[in-house]
Design a protein around this ligand. Sequence first.
Ligand SMILES: [Fe+2]
Length: 377
Amino acid sequence: MSTEIASDPPTTLTLDQKRSLYKDGYIVLRNAVSEKFVEAALDRIHTAKRGENIGGEPAMTDLINASSITPILTEAMGTFDPPVFCQVGVSKVREPGKHFNNLGYRDKDMPYYNAETHMDGSLTISIPQEVQEGTEEEIYKRYIASGPKGDLGRSPDVIGHNMGPLFDDPEMTLGLGSFTAFVFVCLNDQTVPGRGQTALLRGAHHATEKFFRWQYETNGKLGPEGPGWPRLNHKAPNRCGLIYLPEAVRDQFIDEASESTPDGKKWPRPTQILMDAGDACITMYHIPHSGTRNELGTESRKNMIFRIRNKKRQPDNVHNGITDHPDRGTAGAWLEYEEGNNPWERSKYAMCNMWDEWEGMREVVAEEQLKEVSSAT
Ligand SMILES: [Fe+2]
Protein backbone atom coordinates (compact mmCIF):
# COMPACT_ATOMS: atom_id res chain seq x y z
CA MET A 1 0.00 0.00 0.00
CA SER A 2 1.40 3.37 -0.92
CA THR A 3 0.64 6.65 0.70
CA GLU A 4 0.58 9.82 -1.34
CA ILE A 5 2.49 12.65 0.29
CA ALA A 6 2.08 16.18 -1.02
CA SER A 7 5.50 17.05 -2.34
CA ASP A 8 7.27 20.18 -1.18
CA PRO A 9 8.69 22.43 -3.89
CA PRO A 10 12.23 21.48 -4.94
CA THR A 11 15.05 23.29 -3.16
CA THR A 12 17.62 23.12 -5.96
CA LEU A 13 17.54 23.72 -9.70
CA THR A 14 17.78 20.63 -11.87
CA LEU A 15 20.62 20.32 -14.34
CA ASP A 16 18.23 21.17 -17.18
CA GLN A 17 17.02 24.29 -15.34
CA LYS A 18 20.62 25.39 -14.87
CA ARG A 19 21.26 24.88 -18.59
CA SER A 20 18.22 27.06 -19.35
CA LEU A 21 19.44 29.72 -16.95
CA TYR A 22 22.79 29.69 -18.72
CA LYS A 23 21.23 29.96 -22.17
CA ASP A 24 18.23 32.23 -21.58
CA GLY A 25 19.43 34.25 -18.57
CA TYR A 26 16.31 33.40 -16.56
CA ILE A 27 14.32 30.53 -15.20
CA VAL A 28 10.67 30.37 -14.12
CA LEU A 29 9.92 28.33 -11.00
CA ARG A 30 6.33 27.17 -10.83
CA ASN A 31 4.74 27.21 -7.35
CA ALA A 32 7.97 28.35 -5.72
CA VAL A 33 5.99 30.15 -3.02
CA SER A 34 3.21 28.34 -1.15
CA GLU A 35 -0.36 29.57 -1.16
CA LYS A 36 -0.14 30.55 2.51
CA PHE A 37 2.62 33.10 1.81
CA VAL A 38 0.97 34.33 -1.39
CA GLU A 39 -2.26 34.96 0.54
CA ALA A 40 -0.42 36.77 3.35
CA ALA A 41 1.31 39.07 0.84
CA LEU A 42 -1.95 39.75 -0.99
CA ASP A 43 -3.75 40.53 2.29
CA ARG A 44 -1.02 43.03 3.16
CA ILE A 45 -1.30 44.68 -0.26
CA HIS A 46 -5.08 44.91 0.05
CA THR A 47 -4.93 46.51 3.50
CA ALA A 48 -2.18 49.01 2.59
CA LYS A 49 -3.13 52.64 3.03
CA ARG A 50 -2.74 55.03 0.11
CA GLY A 51 0.94 55.93 -0.28
CA GLU A 52 2.08 53.41 2.37
CA ASN A 53 5.27 51.55 1.45
CA ILE A 54 4.81 47.95 2.49
CA GLY A 55 7.98 46.64 0.79
CA GLY A 56 9.67 46.09 4.14
CA GLU A 57 6.87 44.08 5.75
CA PRO A 58 7.60 40.45 6.64
CA ALA A 59 4.59 39.40 4.55
CA MET A 60 6.53 40.63 1.52
CA THR A 61 10.07 39.60 2.41
CA ASP A 62 8.83 36.13 3.47
CA LEU A 63 8.13 35.47 -0.21
CA ILE A 64 11.86 34.82 -0.43
CA ASN A 65 13.02 34.41 3.15
CA ALA A 66 10.49 31.70 4.02
CA SER A 67 10.11 30.03 0.62
CA SER A 68 12.01 27.54 -1.51
CA ILE A 69 13.64 30.47 -3.34
CA THR A 70 16.22 30.97 -0.59
CA PRO A 71 17.69 27.44 -0.77
CA ILE A 72 17.44 27.42 -4.59
CA LEU A 73 19.29 30.69 -4.95
CA THR A 74 21.84 29.87 -2.27
CA GLU A 75 22.73 26.65 -4.08
CA ALA A 76 22.84 28.19 -7.58
CA MET A 77 24.42 31.51 -6.70
CA GLY A 78 25.92 31.55 -3.20
CA THR A 79 25.16 33.25 0.09
CA PHE A 80 23.32 36.55 0.22
CA ASP A 81 21.72 38.80 2.81
CA PRO A 82 18.06 37.97 3.40
CA PRO A 83 16.15 40.83 1.78
CA VAL A 84 14.59 43.33 4.18
CA PHE A 85 12.83 45.19 1.37
CA CYS A 86 11.23 44.46 -1.93
CA GLN A 87 9.97 46.64 -4.73
CA VAL A 88 6.20 46.38 -4.73
CA GLY A 89 5.56 46.15 -8.45
CA VAL A 90 1.84 46.87 -8.68
CA SER A 91 0.53 48.27 -11.95
CA LYS A 92 -3.07 49.17 -12.48
CA VAL A 93 -5.01 48.37 -15.61
CA ARG A 94 -4.69 51.30 -18.00
CA GLU A 95 -5.18 52.43 -21.56
CA PRO A 96 -2.20 53.44 -23.73
CA GLY A 97 -1.23 57.03 -22.81
CA LYS A 98 0.02 60.09 -24.67
CA HIS A 99 2.78 60.90 -22.17
CA PHE A 100 6.44 60.52 -23.04
CA ASN A 101 7.98 57.39 -21.54
CA ASN A 102 11.54 57.20 -20.20
CA LEU A 103 12.85 56.59 -23.71
CA GLY A 104 11.30 59.87 -24.91
CA TYR A 105 8.58 58.18 -26.99
CA ARG A 106 4.85 58.37 -26.41
CA ASP A 107 3.60 55.46 -24.35
CA LYS A 108 0.93 54.61 -26.92
CA ASP A 109 3.53 54.48 -29.70
CA MET A 110 5.94 52.09 -27.98
CA PRO A 111 5.58 48.48 -29.13
CA TYR A 112 5.11 45.47 -26.88
CA TYR A 113 2.90 47.20 -24.30
CA ASN A 114 5.40 50.02 -23.83
CA ALA A 115 8.36 47.80 -22.93
CA GLU A 116 11.17 50.17 -21.92
CA THR A 117 13.82 47.49 -22.06
CA HIS A 118 16.75 48.48 -19.86
CA MET A 119 19.68 47.39 -17.79
CA ASP A 120 19.17 47.93 -14.09
CA GLY A 121 21.26 50.32 -12.02
CA SER A 122 21.09 53.51 -14.08
CA LEU A 123 19.83 56.95 -13.18
CA THR A 124 16.33 57.95 -14.21
CA ILE A 125 15.27 61.55 -13.74
CA SER A 126 11.64 62.26 -14.70
CA ILE A 127 11.47 62.63 -18.44
CA PRO A 128 10.50 66.05 -19.84
CA GLN A 129 6.95 66.03 -21.10
CA GLU A 130 7.60 69.01 -23.40
CA VAL A 131 9.64 68.62 -26.57
CA GLN A 132 13.06 69.98 -25.64
CA GLU A 133 14.70 72.92 -27.35
CA GLY A 134 18.33 73.99 -27.62
CA THR A 135 21.58 72.19 -28.29
CA GLU A 136 22.20 68.62 -27.18
CA GLU A 137 24.55 69.92 -24.50
CA GLU A 138 21.92 72.33 -23.18
CA ILE A 139 19.34 69.56 -23.08
CA TYR A 140 21.74 67.26 -21.21
CA LYS A 141 22.61 69.94 -18.65
CA ARG A 142 18.97 70.84 -18.10
CA TYR A 143 18.05 67.18 -17.69
CA ILE A 144 20.68 66.31 -15.08
CA ALA A 145 19.85 69.53 -13.20
CA SER A 146 16.19 68.52 -12.88
CA GLY A 147 16.73 65.64 -10.42
CA PRO A 148 15.83 65.64 -6.72
CA LYS A 149 19.07 67.38 -5.67
CA GLY A 150 18.86 70.19 -8.20
CA ASP A 151 21.67 71.57 -10.34
CA LEU A 152 25.01 70.05 -9.31
CA GLY A 153 26.47 70.01 -12.81
CA ARG A 154 27.86 66.73 -14.19
CA SER A 155 28.74 65.11 -10.89
CA PRO A 156 28.54 61.68 -9.22
CA ASP A 157 26.44 63.38 -6.52
CA VAL A 158 23.58 63.82 -9.00
CA ILE A 159 20.89 61.24 -8.35
CA GLY A 160 17.71 60.37 -10.19
CA HIS A 161 14.12 60.25 -9.03
CA ASN A 162 14.76 56.50 -8.87
CA MET A 163 17.64 57.27 -6.42
CA GLY A 164 20.20 55.88 -8.89
CA PRO A 165 23.36 58.03 -9.15
CA LEU A 166 24.52 59.58 -12.44
CA PHE A 167 27.81 57.75 -11.80
CA ASP A 168 28.54 55.30 -9.03
CA ASP A 169 32.19 56.25 -8.53
CA PRO A 170 33.90 59.59 -7.82
CA GLU A 171 35.92 59.40 -11.07
CA MET A 172 32.71 58.99 -13.10
CA THR A 173 33.81 55.79 -14.85
CA LEU A 174 30.86 53.62 -13.80
CA GLY A 175 27.36 54.59 -14.90
CA LEU A 176 25.53 51.53 -13.58
CA GLY A 177 24.99 49.97 -10.19
CA SER A 178 25.09 46.19 -10.16
CA PHE A 179 24.09 43.08 -8.25
CA THR A 180 23.82 39.38 -9.09
CA ALA A 181 20.21 38.26 -9.52
CA PHE A 182 16.65 39.44 -9.75
CA VAL A 183 13.78 37.51 -8.27
CA PHE A 184 10.25 38.40 -9.38
CA VAL A 185 7.53 36.76 -7.32
CA CYS A 186 4.17 36.76 -9.06
CA LEU A 187 1.02 37.26 -6.96
CA ASN A 188 -1.74 37.26 -9.59
CA ASP A 189 -2.76 35.63 -12.84
CA GLN A 190 -0.33 36.82 -15.52
CA THR A 191 -0.73 33.79 -17.77
CA VAL A 192 -2.13 35.87 -20.65
CA PRO A 193 0.09 38.49 -22.41
CA GLY A 194 -0.76 42.16 -21.92
CA ARG A 195 -1.34 41.95 -18.19
CA GLY A 196 1.63 44.11 -17.20
CA GLN A 197 4.11 41.25 -17.11
CA THR A 198 7.81 41.69 -16.63
CA ALA A 199 9.33 41.23 -20.07
CA LEU A 200 12.90 40.09 -20.71
CA LEU A 201 15.20 40.08 -23.68
CA ARG A 202 15.85 36.36 -23.68
CA GLY A 203 19.50 35.40 -24.03
CA ALA A 204 20.70 39.01 -24.07
CA HIS A 205 22.76 38.58 -20.90
CA HIS A 206 25.52 37.10 -23.08
CA ALA A 207 25.43 40.23 -25.27
CA THR A 208 25.51 42.67 -22.34
CA GLU A 209 28.45 40.89 -20.69
CA LYS A 210 30.33 41.01 -23.98
CA PHE A 211 29.50 44.69 -24.35
CA PHE A 212 30.75 45.50 -20.84
CA ARG A 213 34.02 43.69 -21.64
CA TRP A 214 34.41 45.76 -24.77
CA GLN A 215 33.75 48.96 -22.83
CA TYR A 216 36.29 47.95 -20.19
CA GLU A 217 38.93 47.11 -22.78
CA THR A 218 38.26 50.37 -24.63
CA ASN A 219 38.78 52.82 -21.75
CA GLY A 220 37.67 51.25 -18.48
CA LYS A 221 34.35 53.14 -18.42
CA LEU A 222 31.24 51.03 -18.01
CA GLY A 223 27.58 51.79 -18.56
CA PRO A 224 25.98 55.00 -19.88
CA GLU A 225 28.54 57.65 -20.91
CA GLY A 226 31.09 54.88 -21.45
CA PRO A 227 32.06 53.94 -25.03
CA GLY A 228 29.17 53.11 -27.36
CA TRP A 229 26.54 54.19 -24.86
CA PRO A 230 25.45 57.85 -24.86
CA ARG A 231 23.02 58.60 -22.04
CA LEU A 232 20.41 60.52 -24.01
CA ASN A 233 18.69 60.02 -27.33
CA HIS A 234 18.09 63.44 -28.84
CA LYS A 235 16.38 61.88 -31.87
CA ALA A 236 13.53 60.65 -29.67
CA PRO A 237 10.26 62.56 -30.15
CA ASN A 238 10.82 64.64 -26.97
CA ARG A 239 14.55 65.13 -27.85
CA CYS A 240 15.52 63.89 -24.39
CA GLY A 241 14.93 60.14 -24.03
CA LEU A 242 17.13 57.83 -21.99
CA ILE A 243 19.15 55.24 -23.85
CA TYR A 244 18.42 52.31 -21.61
CA LEU A 245 20.23 49.78 -23.75
CA PRO A 246 23.30 50.36 -25.94
CA GLU A 247 22.60 50.16 -29.66
CA ALA A 248 25.25 47.47 -30.12
CA VAL A 249 23.23 45.16 -27.84
CA ARG A 250 19.81 46.19 -29.16
CA ASP A 251 20.80 45.66 -32.79
CA GLN A 252 21.57 41.99 -32.15
CA PHE A 253 17.91 41.41 -31.28
CA ILE A 254 16.27 43.24 -34.18
CA ASP A 255 14.84 41.19 -37.05
CA GLU A 256 12.12 41.29 -39.71
CA ALA A 257 9.43 40.74 -37.11
CA SER A 258 10.53 43.57 -34.83
CA GLU A 259 7.89 46.24 -34.37
CA SER A 260 8.59 49.95 -34.87
CA THR A 261 7.70 53.29 -33.37
CA PRO A 262 6.15 55.81 -35.84
CA ASP A 263 9.64 57.20 -36.62
CA GLY A 264 10.53 53.85 -38.20
CA LYS A 265 12.89 52.77 -35.41
CA LYS A 266 12.66 49.06 -34.70
CA TRP A 267 12.62 47.69 -31.16
CA PRO A 268 13.61 44.21 -30.01
CA ARG A 269 10.72 41.99 -29.01
CA PRO A 270 11.01 40.98 -25.37
CA THR A 271 9.56 37.78 -23.93
CA GLN A 272 6.64 38.35 -21.61
CA ILE A 273 7.12 36.17 -18.56
CA LEU A 274 3.83 34.37 -18.12
CA MET A 275 3.32 33.36 -14.51
CA ASP A 276 0.55 32.63 -12.04
CA ALA A 277 0.30 33.45 -8.34
CA GLY A 278 3.10 31.67 -6.45
CA ASP A 279 5.39 31.36 -9.47
CA ALA A 280 8.73 33.13 -9.44
CA CYS A 281 11.33 34.08 -12.00
CA ILE A 282 15.04 34.21 -11.24
CA THR A 283 17.17 36.16 -13.70
CA MET A 284 20.73 37.27 -14.14
CA TYR A 285 21.46 40.91 -13.27
CA HIS A 286 22.75 41.14 -16.83
CA ILE A 287 19.43 40.60 -18.57
CA PRO A 288 17.69 43.60 -20.18
CA HIS A 289 14.11 43.75 -18.92
CA SER A 290 11.07 45.95 -18.37
CA GLY A 291 7.68 46.09 -16.75
CA THR A 292 4.95 46.50 -19.36
CA ARG A 293 1.60 48.24 -19.60
CA ASN A 294 -1.24 46.36 -17.96
CA GLU A 295 -3.66 46.92 -20.80
CA LEU A 296 -5.61 43.69 -20.91
CA GLY A 297 -5.68 42.69 -17.25
CA THR A 298 -8.80 42.37 -15.13
CA GLU A 299 -6.92 43.42 -11.97
CA SER A 300 -3.65 45.14 -11.05
CA ARG A 301 -0.47 43.28 -11.93
CA LYS A 302 1.44 42.30 -8.81
CA ASN A 303 5.08 41.29 -9.03
CA MET A 304 7.26 41.62 -5.94
CA ILE A 305 10.74 42.45 -7.17
CA PHE A 306 13.90 41.58 -5.26
CA ARG A 307 17.49 42.38 -6.15
CA ILE A 308 20.03 39.98 -4.73
CA ARG A 309 23.79 40.29 -4.57
CA ASN A 310 26.22 37.52 -3.81
CA LYS A 311 27.72 38.25 -0.41
CA LYS A 312 31.23 37.78 -1.69
CA ARG A 313 31.19 41.08 -3.64
CA GLN A 314 31.22 43.13 -0.43
CA PRO A 315 31.16 40.80 2.60
CA ASP A 316 31.01 43.72 5.08
CA ASN A 317 28.08 45.49 3.41
CA VAL A 318 24.50 44.51 4.02
CA HIS A 319 22.40 44.50 0.88
CA ASN A 320 18.76 45.31 1.59
CA GLY A 321 17.22 43.35 -1.27
CA ILE A 322 15.93 46.32 -3.23
CA THR A 323 18.68 48.76 -4.22
CA ASP A 324 20.13 48.50 -7.71
CA HIS A 325 23.25 50.52 -6.77
CA PRO A 326 24.48 48.84 -3.58
CA ASP A 327 27.97 50.35 -3.77
CA ARG A 328 26.36 53.63 -2.68
CA GLY A 329 24.04 54.31 0.25
CA THR A 330 20.62 55.89 0.57
CA ALA A 331 20.06 58.89 -1.74
CA GLY A 332 23.53 58.49 -3.20
CA ALA A 333 25.43 58.59 0.14
CA TRP A 334 29.09 57.59 -0.07
CA LEU A 335 29.96 54.44 1.87
CA GLU A 336 33.24 53.69 3.65
CA TYR A 337 35.45 50.93 2.25
CA GLU A 338 38.55 49.58 3.89
CA GLU A 339 42.02 50.11 2.40
CA GLY A 340 42.52 47.98 -0.70
CA ASN A 341 38.81 47.44 -1.31
CA ASN A 342 37.92 49.22 -4.54
CA PRO A 343 34.16 48.70 -4.89
CA TRP A 344 34.01 50.12 -8.42
CA GLU A 345 36.68 47.73 -9.72
CA ARG A 346 34.95 44.80 -8.02
CA SER A 347 31.67 45.74 -9.63
CA LYS A 348 33.25 46.24 -13.04
CA TYR A 349 34.82 42.80 -12.70
CA ALA A 350 31.44 41.24 -11.84
CA MET A 351 29.79 43.01 -14.78
CA CYS A 352 32.46 41.69 -17.16
CA ASN A 353 32.40 38.18 -15.64
CA MET A 354 28.75 37.42 -15.05
CA TRP A 355 29.11 33.82 -13.88
CA ASP A 356 31.72 34.58 -11.27
CA GLU A 357 29.02 35.18 -8.64
CA TRP A 358 27.01 32.07 -9.60
CA GLU A 359 28.93 29.50 -7.62
CA GLY A 360 26.51 26.62 -8.19
CA MET A 361 26.52 27.17 -11.95
CA ARG A 362 30.22 26.49 -12.47
CA GLU A 363 29.97 23.00 -13.97
CA VAL A 364 27.09 23.91 -16.26
CA VAL A 365 28.88 27.08 -17.40
CA ALA A 366 32.08 25.12 -18.12
CA GLU A 367 30.13 22.44 -20.01
CA GLU A 368 28.17 24.98 -22.09
CA GLN A 369 31.22 27.09 -22.86
CA LEU A 370 33.08 23.98 -24.01
CA LYS A 371 30.18 23.19 -26.37
CA GLU A 372 30.34 26.73 -27.74
CA VAL A 373 34.08 26.45 -28.37
CA SER A 374 33.79 23.06 -30.10
CA SER A 375 30.90 24.16 -32.29
CA ALA A 376 32.87 27.24 -33.31
CA THR A 377 35.87 25.26 -34.50
FE1 LIG B 1 14.72 47.34 -13.94
